[in-house]
Design a binder for this molecule. Sequence first.
Ligand code: GDP
Length: 433
Amino acid sequence: KPVVAIVGRPNVGKSTIFNRIVGERISIVEDIPGVTRDRIYSSGEWLAYDFNIIDTGGIDIGDEPFLEQIRQQAEIAIDEADVIIFLVNGREGVTGADEEVAKILYRSNKPVVLAVNKVDNPEMRNDIYDFYALGFGEPIPVSGSHGLGLGDLLDEVAKHFPKIDEKDYDEDVIKFSLIGRPNVGKSSLTNAILGEERVIVSDIAGTTRDAIDSALKYDGQDYVIIDTAGMRKKGKVYETTEKYSVLRALRAIERSDVVLVVLDGEEGIIEQDKHIAGYAHEAGRAVVIVVNKWDAVEKDERTMKEFEQNIREHFQFLSYAPIVFLSAKTKKRIHTLMPMINLASENHARRVQTTILNEVVTDAVARNPAPADKGKRLKVYYTTQVAVKPPAFVVFVNDPELMHFSYQRFLENRIREAFGFEGTPIKIFARER
Ligand code: GDP
């Protein structure tokens, strides 16, 4: 998906425009833990386009001076976005801070669309021409508070979206990413994987992706580590902005088949780990939990089991994810990782036989019928797998309303018992026959 960023000095109305563009769809994002508090990153739709949008004003830069904050926000936008909306305030005219932002944006090679906010009525349209002086062509008048001009703005933005047929990797390449809070050892682990004896690091030919991804071969299987450069890059902005690393993680997850959720074995599990793991689950990606820094943990024969129980308690939504304990530093158990990635990836893409699937579901329903609801009872007719990555199943029933969450969970468990599906979420939908 293309990424759009809204940039501008404080109080020009970035968040208002952001919320207008995102509209109803914010609620979808609100289901993802961690993103809810800060609405800096969301998705929007315009015509045939699906895109992600960032409100850089919501990125907390800390106690830096005003201009420094604007500068860092603009740089994040330049790094992350395919198209930048440069927002100014039509009621105040061009200010020095606007000119500062403009200077930074000039130096980037990203397309910039200039929008003049707070143009709440047609008479005010005559005042926007001063903004030509900023050097980004024709300014587009909008009103965040009245919801005016947004269609024109998005038309202009969409003109700059990259062509949709952007080349991605072959089907048989396993794409994986490492996510986790800062300092759990993502970079160290990436380096350890790439430095492993049996790993052959290869080039990624002819795509724009090669700058950020790493390709490798292991036991005849091709892999790409998504967004490796982003992980290793330890620039100031990357380190200081927590919310920005969330954004980065979301994008990496979107492009992955398998997500390695990296935990710090030495520090243990904290709330932030749960949020991060939640993104991978919500996105429907295969997940492997990696407990790093296992070398630094004082252990006896129970330690691993206890840590595992702890993980299962904290990450109940990831009950399907295998857990790997290792050390990026000493390289101990690193070799157990690739087979787990393979397993998760295989299951993520797996299609089961319809006849066996129906036997499993029919048998489950016969043994444990759904309880009657207001005198009506759920009848299950037929089940079919409708998708992979992740596997999704449609159960045809007499009335989908009668399929309660707990019963759905029961069917999911039976399907898992029968087929495994270790490492991948699966989805079950009820439809009326
Ligand atoms: P990132 O922010 O998740 O990429 O974390 P880094 O890879 O930069 O690692 C953060 C710190 O943890 C660094 O000081 C590493 O040397 C240290 N570290 C990483 N992996 C291990 C490990 O397996 N064992 C130990 N003891 N320290 C580690």
